[in-house]
Design a binder for this molecule. Structure first.
Ligand code: URA
Length: 210
């Protein structure tokens, strides 16, 4: 991918996102829509996966057929909200290896605090897709990518549902080599670091914790 930021404007993505943003949307619907959107976003984020061919036999004849090349990709969920995005992507790429980065944000400083890190082996040989629905301040996304690079990852993409200009700028400054794929670039952050207009707290909305 050459663009640093790709906004997926597909009508189905935009329609589903509008329903997710609405405050009256139930937890069950929010979760289902997130899974559906994540598959449409996954289509975009994997659009340039390396390919090769192999010889197969159809009922009619032999043919050289396209197939994915290289090591299985690694999907990294930035906990906890990343899991909602990851579930759908995994349905589309069931052979992906899976990792988790546990970060929460300190509500006062908005800085990320790490509490968990477990990722697949040989990250250097894999396309690594880090997923987190909300790219807000960018603090936790940048910290998660820092950790993935320390673990050897060199080919990373970042998949989110919503991005704020502040988060995109922060990522571009810290990790210009990491393309971002999102469904929308919103207006701004509020004083608490929430995306406006946004959709509220993605974790709370998908897990029904508030
Ligand atoms: N995290 C969320 O869940 N929502 C925001 O708006 C920002 C960060």
């Amino acid at each position: 991918m050459t663009e640093h930021l790709t906004i997926v404007k597909h009508p189905l993505v935009q329609h589903k996102l509008t329903i997710m943003r609405q405050k009256e949307t139930s937890t069950a619907s929010f979760r289902r829509l997130l899974r559906e959107i994540s598959q449409l976003l996954a289509y975009e984020v994997t659009s340039e996966l390396p390919m090769t061919t192999k010889t197969i036999e159809t009922p009619m004849c032999e043919m050289e057929a396209p197939t994915l090349d290289g090591k299985k990709l690694a999907l990294i969920s930035i906990l906890r909200a990343g899991n909602g995005l990851m579930d759908g992507v995994l349905e589309l790429i069931p052979a992906a290896r899976v990792g988790f980065v546990g970060l929460y944000r300190d509500e006062k400083t908005l800085q990320p605090i790490q509490y968990y890190f477990k990722v697949p082996e040989s990250l250097d040989d894999r396309l690594v897709i880090a997923v987190d629905p909300m790219l807000a301040t960018g603090n936790s996304s940048v910290a998660a990518i820092d950790l993935l690079k320390e673990a050897g990852a060199t080919n990373i993409r970042f998949l989110c549902l919503l991005a704020a200009p502040e988060g995109v700028a922060r990522m571009k400054e810290a990790h210009p080599d990491v393309p971002i794929v999102t469904a929308a670039l919103d207006e701004k952050l509020n004083e608490h670091g929430y995306i406006v207009p946004g959709l509220g707290d993605a974790g709370d909305r998908m897990f029904g914790t508030k």
